[in-house]
Design a protein around this ligand. Structure first.
Ligand SMILES: Nc1ncnc2c1ncn2[C@@H]1O[C@H](COP(=O)(O)OP(=O)(O)OP(=O)(O)O)[C@@H](O)[C@H]1O
Length: 265
């Protein structure tokens, strides 16, 4: 869908404002840095939602506001104006302590640089979100984590430290860690940025499978049309605004849209 037309903009906003079936959303979100003539609008009146059970890619040129949007939806950063919800909870005005608890319980993260704790082994890294929440996994959660460990092929690596693993294995640990608490939403920030293309495709297939098999909602920031080709829906940002969104597309279709975007800029 191209949201250049007024009708489409209305439709998009109507869906986002209802909040139904959305695991995170922003309404009229603006994020500005600095004041006066020199101010930068990292986000400029953005209204968008992440749909439950879907794998959503957020794309756009460098500086278009992708990371800012992700950080705001994850409660890692605040808006200058507008409103933000994580699930049904409005987080716009929550303080740091409340946001930290909400993030631990409702959000998982997968980063480009894996962000594993170097002093913990694989098992300790995967169970860290439970540890940080001050509890042990229940028997049912333990079963789920064991299932993840098996299906991600990490069973014979549990006592290894991150530096003893390949990049692909480290990212699989990060995915197991993110899925372990069954968060409402996983944010993945350029998850294949540090991987070779074959390993990157394996990681993307695992994320897509988590969305199909477990109904896991995932929002992924990426520059890469091949990565976005794994998503159910692709949201394009330019200059801090949502300029286009489309359902599942091939890498060629995505590249061609991006090329057109650069030519229009
Ligand atoms: N702390 C900050 N202070 C000032 N400007 C900022 C700050 N953080 C981001 N910006 C600006 O906001 C805009 C959007 O940045 P953002 O990092 O969200 O873009 P991005 O699309 O994620 O870029 P990239 O793909 O390069 O990571 C950019 O112009 C950036 O320079």
């Amino acid at each position: 869908m191209d949201i250049d037309s007024t009708q489409d903009i209305d439709n998009t906003l109507a869906i986002d404002r209802s909040g139904a079936g959305l695991v995170a959303r922003v309404a009229n979100a603006t994020k500005s840095y600095g004041a006066g003539a020199g101010s930068v609008h990292a986000l400029d009146d953005v209204s968008i939602g992440i749909r439950a059970g879907q794998f959503t890619a957020i794309m756009g040129p460098s500086g278009s506001g992708k990371s800012t949007l992700m950080h705001i939806m994850a409660g890692l950063d605040s808006v200058t104006a507008g409103r933000v919800w994580l699930g049904d909870t409005e987080i716009t005005a929550l303080g740091d302590a409340q946001l930290t608890i909400l993030r631990r319980r409702r959000v998982g993260f997968v980063f480009q640089s894996f962000n594993l704790v170097p002093t913990l082994d694989v098992s300790g890294n995967i169970l860290l979100p439970f540890e940080l929440d001050g509890r042990k996994p229940s028997a049912e959660e333990r079963e789920w984590v064991d299932h993840l460990i098996d299906s991600l092929g990490l069973g014979d690596r549990l006592t290894h430290r991150p530096h003893e693993l390949s990049g692909g294995q480290q990212q699989r640990v990060a995915i197991a860690r993110a899925l372990g608490t069954r968060p409402d939403l996983i944010f993945a920030d350029e998850p294949t940025g540090n991987l070779d293309s074959r390993t990157g495709r394996e990681v993307l297939a695992l994320l897509a499978a988590a969305s199909v098999s477990y109904g896991q909602s995932i929002a992924m920031v990426t520059h890469d049309p091949i990565a976005a080709g794994y998503a159910d829906r692709i949201v394009f940002l330019a200059d801090g605004r949502v300029v286009h969104e489309r359902e599942r597309s091939t890498p060629e279709e995505i590249s061609s849209y991006m090329l057109g975007m650069e030519q229009r800029a």
